[in-house]
Design a protein around this ligand. Structure first.
Ligand SMILES: CCCCCCCCCC/C=C\CCCCCCC/C=C/C(=O)SCCNC(=O)CCNC(=O)[C@H](O)C(C)(C)COP(=O)(O)OP(=O)(O)OC[C@H]1O[C@@H](n2cnc3c(N)ncnc32)[C@H](O)[C@@H]1OP(=O)(O)O
Ligand code: FAD
Length: 670
């Protein structure tokens, strides 16, 4: 749609006058510097001027088929733009640059069918291929001569990768692997782009050679003819059907009937099958084939932050424009943003978007540093990265989904309109809580690491920095509550340590009563998930505080003040959410809790005048927000009416169903 130009709504104009800080300073902090901001804006200008974002009818009014076809059209032209103008004008060659990710949302209100190509296919080639394989597939994939996806999940198994049923059996006579789908439940299911779009696919299958199964490995498989796009003989492929979201992309199913691929199509950076069928196991770590999943989990923390920032921008701007009820008899209706309960719903969204964005950046740097260790042959830092990326992916996507839904509640009935964009944002983020490792499963992975860390610390060994609080707790350090940043973080660490200690005790007690380790673990999993979540909270709180302190060192005082107000709001909010735990594991008193409650309520008032400016500082263009409620000019009612008038349902005054059904019903002739 072409966005009509309106004058700024006077309430929003007044809000912007109240701002106490330089918005541009905060924008630069989150972009990573002034230059990065200007580079991002340049990219956005190019894409917005390209005309690619235009739809003749609103996306939500198209049929599923039309939505898919429209998204393919845009993906192709956007890919061309990335290869030509964006590279030439900005010098950007990296598809994963955050600026490209952000502006992609101007094209796709839902998602691109090419997402998995860039999000998983290319990263898997980079992370899992030998240098010879890389030279064959990477240039083609980057140049979009081949388009790929990542087919791991099956109809019967998603979480339990070791339980996957697809087989890849090596035939030494022909030097080929035979891919086969032995059962109904072995069909690949869910892979993005697989339904209709892609011609290549990374397939995860159980490797058999010389009669022995060596577990799951990755294979590059061409599934469609490059010219006709017809499925190759031996391949059964299609779309799995309508979903809660992801409607403009094509999630697919895939079955193999003894389908042959060359030996060299096994991705052999870590494990190899030699010509005679000899298996060479990975030299360093058994789970290196899971690396793409770790990469995506890291990027999903960023997704949580970005999508939450969109939702809270929409809801805060709407709340500044919307007037409802009265605070005192006969007074004019206030902006709903003036209600403390509304501020309580929304300001935590702003603070959380900051916390997650800074945590995402920190996690990305940790990921890069672990990759560089691994290149030197050191896999020692991988378990901590796996534990961190697992819990952060779980908690950040889950919190973001809840807060996005809260933003929708904050917009009342209008939030329920698809044109608000809140339902789209929610259904996208809700999926991220499940895919790439379900919430519970990933927290249990982190719990495994925490229990091990506890045992190591008990044995007097040094543990990694993110769990050093365990050693302090084992040394008998008692928590004394202080309502400072450091004090609160320490208390959250005490909660995590207390919960891990109880898990270890429960497991041991259960084993003493005769259970084996697996059963003792299983019966403790409710507590283990809780302990991993508590650990994750302490990591987010600490990272957020440290990063704000580091990044605002040379900022103006006013930016320091407002950024720190948000940090304090976040710490107070979580303190109040977790009073039960804190009363149990820290020395917090009822008086301290009363103080924190008052501090929290005062902070809502302090942040209120800057609320609109703070969401403006996410610097999200209207074309990215796609929202009748959240546009920069605040012309909510004009846009809602505009959308209604453009609704294809209103193209004819009387719908044909009246003549076909209603009239005969009215006349008793049906
Ligand atoms: C042209 C237009 C373009 C527009 C787009 C613009 C730009 C886009 C750019 C892209 C940016 C971002 C978006 C990306 C979005 C991508 C969309 C993704 C869609 C979804 C995809 C998927 O879902 S793929 C499938 C994912 N599946 C899973 O995650 C399954 C979860 N299950 C598991 O991971 C495992 O089964 C599980 C870990 C649960 C257990 O594994 P198992 O083998 O059984 O291992 P265990 O016995 O439990 O553990 C043994 C030890 O191994 C350790 N370990 C486990 N996993 C790992 C790991 N990953 N790394 C390291 N170590 C690991 C474990 O801890 C044990 O260790 P221990 O020491 O023995 O305790
Ligand atoms: C939109 C979307 C896109 C996707 N894209 C892809 C893709 O491109 N490629 C791909 O390969 N896959 C893809 N997936 C699949 C996704 O990775 C899986 O759905 C996800 O990993 C969860 O696995 P599952 O569906 O088997 O859930 P299940 O494992 O069946 O989980 C169901 C429930 O059982 C619980 N549970 C399972 N095991 C345990 C356990 N051991 N302990 C305790 N509780 C347990 C879970 O917590 C959950 O509550 C996609 C999924 C979605 C929704």
């Amino acid at each position: 749609m072409v966005l009509k130009k309106y004058n700024i709504n006077p309430d929003l104009a007044l809000e912007r006058q109240k701002c106490t800080f330089d918005i541009e300073e905060i924008i630069n902090i989150f972009d990573g510097g002034k230059e990065k901001t200007s580079q991002r804006r340049k990219i956005e200008d190019v894409v917005l001027k390209s005309g690619l974002c235009h739809d003749d009818v609103p996306e939500e009014c198209m049929s599923l088929k039309e939505r898919y076809e429209n998204a393919v059209r845009k993906s192709c032209f956007f890919s061309k733009l990335m290869k030509t103008e964006l590279q030439e004008i900005t010098g950007i060659e990296d598809f994963e640059t955050p600026a490209i990710r952000r502006i992609a949302d101007a094209l796709f209100k839902d998602i691109s069918p090419f997402l998995l190509h860039l999000g998983m296919f290319v990263p898997t080639i980079i992370g899992q291929c030998t240098s010879e394989q890389l030279m064959i597939w990477l240039p083609k994939a980057l140049d979009l001569q081949i388009i790929g996806g990542y087919a791991q999940t099956e109809l019967g198994h998603g979480t339990f990768i070791r339980g996957l049923e697809t087989t890849a059996t090596y035939d030494a006579d022909t030097e080929e692997f035979v891919l086969h789908t032995p059962t109904l439940t072995a069909h690949k299911w869910w892979a993005g782009g697989l339904g209709k779009t892609i011609n290549h696919c990374i397939v995860v299958a159980q490797l058999y050679t010389k009669g022995v199964c060596y577990g799951t490995h990755l294979f590059m498989v061409q599934i469609r003819d490059l010219d006709t796009h017809m499925p190759l003989p031996g391949i059964k492929v299609g779309e799995i059907g309508p979903r809660m979201g992801f409607s403009s992309a094509d999630n697919g199913f895939l079955g193999f009937n003894n389908f042959r691929i060359p030996r060299n199509n096994m991705l052999m950076k870590h494990a190899q099958v030699q010509k005679d069928g000899t298996y060479v196991k990975p030299a360093r770590h058994g789970k290196l084939t899971y690396q793409t999943m770790v990469f995506v989990r890291v990027t999903l923390v960023n997704e949580a932050a970005f999508n939450l920032s969109k939702a809270v921008t929409i809801a805060v701007r709407y709340s500044a424009v919307r007037r409802q009820s009265e605070m005192r008899p006969n007074e004019p209706e206030p902006q709903i943003l003036d209600y403390p309960t509304q501020q309580h719903k929304l300001f935590i969204g702003i603070a959380t978007a900051h916390a997650f964005q800074l945590t995402a950046n920190w996690l990305w740097n940790t990921f890069k540093s672990v990759l560089s260790d691994m290149k030197k042959g050191d896999v020692g830092t991988l378990p901590e990265l796996h534990a961190l990326s697992s819990c952060l992916k779980a908690v950040c996507t889950s919190d973001a989904a809840l807060l996005i839904e809260q933003c929708r509640y904050a917009c009342g009935g209008h939030g329920y309109m698809l044109s608000s964009n809140l339902p789209y944002i929610y259904s996208f983020v809700a999926a991220t809580r499940t895919y790439e490792g379900d919430y519970t499963i990933l927290l249990l992975q982190t719990a495994r690491f925490l229990v091990k860390a506890w045992e190591q610390a008990e044995a007097g060994k040094t543990v990694t920095p993110t769990v050093s609080y365990i050693s302090r707790s084992l040394k008998g350090e008692k928590n004394s509550w202080r309502s400072t940043d450091e004090g609160i973080i320490k208390s959250f660490q005490a909660v995590a340590a207390g919960k891990i200690a109880l898990c270890v005790k429960s497991i041991r007690d259960r084993m003493k009563s005769g259970l084996d380790y697996e059963d003792a673990w299983l019966l403790t999993t409710v507590q283990l998930v809780d302990a991993a979540e508590a650990h994750c909270r302490s990591v987010i709180l600490e990272t957020y505080c440290n990063e704000v302190r580091r990044l605002t060192k040379s900022s103006s005082d006013n930016v320091k003040i407002v950024m720190h107000q948000l940090v304090t709001l976040y710490l107070s909010y979580w303190t109040l959410q977790r009073t039960g735990d804190l009363l149990r594991y820290s020395s917090i008193s009822e008086k301290d809790i009363d103080f924190m409650q008052r501090q929290y309520e005062e902070l809502l008032q302090h942040i209120r005048p800057n609320a609109v400016a703070l969401v403006d500082a996410f610097d999200l263009r209207d074309e990215i927000l796609h929202s009748s409620l959240g546009a920069y000019d605040g012309r909510v009612y004009e846009r809602l009416m505009e959308q209604a008038e453009n609704n294809p349902m209103n193209a004819e005054p009387v719908n044909q169903s009246f003549h076909k059904y209603i009239k005969p019903l009215l006349q008793g002739k049906l």
